[in-house]
Write a protein that binds this ligand. Structure first.
Ligand SMILES: [Mg+2]
Length: 170
């Protein structure tokens, strides 16, 4: 095949693929879900692991935002006006006791209040570590863990360009 034909075909295929992907997005549930740790909250600061093993909720309290929260909030509010439901699907700590899971839940709720106060979430699901995120949820997921993205039913994104992906939807 001549080189220019190959190039044309490659181009055509990418256009078809992009159109299909867009159609897929349009057919999907209008839901946007966010993981917290490693996605919007940087939990992994200082001796976070020792503290979590010792069931200290401190790392969850002092986690720093990984995204420009003002831009994120503004974009999410716009998407919500356009019919998207916005949710959090986040886990408690691995092997956490019931008391620690509750402390982590509280810390995460406070974190959202502190850093995303202007976002009116439709759902905030902070569930036990390892709970499948895809059950009862659809649409778009942002999650730093590959296994969660692989199991997701809609379209799952890694965390490298959260604002960019959202702005394309708005
Ligand atoms: Mg995570």
């Amino acid at each position: 095949m001549p080189a220019e034909n190959l190039l044309t075909n490659t181009l055509l295929y990418s256009i078809i693929y992009m159109k299909r992907e867009k159609k897929g997005i349009e057919k999907m549930a209008k839901e946007i879900w966010f993981d917290m740790d490693g996605t919007i909250a940087n939990l992994y600061v200082g001796n976070w692991l020792e503290m979590i093993i010792a069931e200290n909720p401190h790392p969850y309290k002092v986690a720093t935002p990984l995204v420009n929260m003002q831009v994120l909030a503004r974009t999410l509010n716009k998407l919500q006006k356009n019919g998207y439901k916005i949710g959090i699907i986040s886990w408690t700590a691995r092997n956490g006791s019931l008391a620690y899971n509750n402390a982590v839940k509280k810390a995460k709720m406070n974190w959202l209040k502190t850093h995303m106060n202007s976002v009116h979430f439709d759902n905030i699901d902070i569930v036990e570590y390892g709970t499948p995120k895809e059950i009862g949820r659809n649409g778009i997921l942002f999650d730093d863990e590959k296994v969660n993205r692989d199991n997701w039913n809609g379209i799952a994104y890694d965390v490298h360009d959260i604002i960019g992906v959202l702005k394309n939807l708005a």
